[in-house]
Design a binder for this molecule. Structure first.
Ligand SMILES: [Zn+2]
Length: 139
């Protein structure tokens, strides 16, 4: 996975990311790992608030767009802002998927799937790792 793209506003060296993030956070955010299903701290949260990038703090998703997909990871049907995330075609594991990254720092968040039939306004499922985000409850 090449994360050296120089267009991201937040630029850090690999050594800086390792220092800033826990080993588990680093593995998902910077090496495009995937958290095991049903263990993430935000899988079933329904509290009102904002989910931000755990690597750089940029807002990514809102609780009002979160829905119960029962897939084992936090699921949203739309990001807070379309330019808050970016999409990269991912052909790893023999599957054609669309990776979702933070557009501010380039960190890996998860994948987006569409046309699965969920009763949401977009029929999209942003399947996001809990460990890629930090939740801030509404004050
Ligand atoms: Zn970020």
């Amino acid at each position: 996975m090449d994360h050296t793209d120089s267009t991201y506003p937040v630029q850090r060296s690999d050594a800086e990311w390792r220092e800033l993030l826990s080993p588990a956070e680093y593995q998902v955010l910077r090496q495009a790992g995937t958290e095991r299903p049903f263990v993430g701290e935000y899988t079933d949260t329904t509290e009102e608030g904002v989910y931000s990038c755990r690597a750089c703090g940029a807002e990514l998703f809102r609780s009002e767009h979160k829905f119960a997909s029962h897939c084992g990871w936090p699921s949203f049907y739309v990001p807070s802002a379309e330019d808050g995330v970016e999409y990269i075609e991912d052909n790893s594991l023999g599957m054609r998927r669309v990776e979702v990254r933070c557009s501010n720092c380039g960190s890996h968040l998860g994948h987006v799937f569409e046309g699965e039939g969920y009763p949401t306004p977009t029929d999209q499922r942003y399947c996001i790792n809990s460990i890629s985000m930090r939740f801030e409850p509404k004050q």
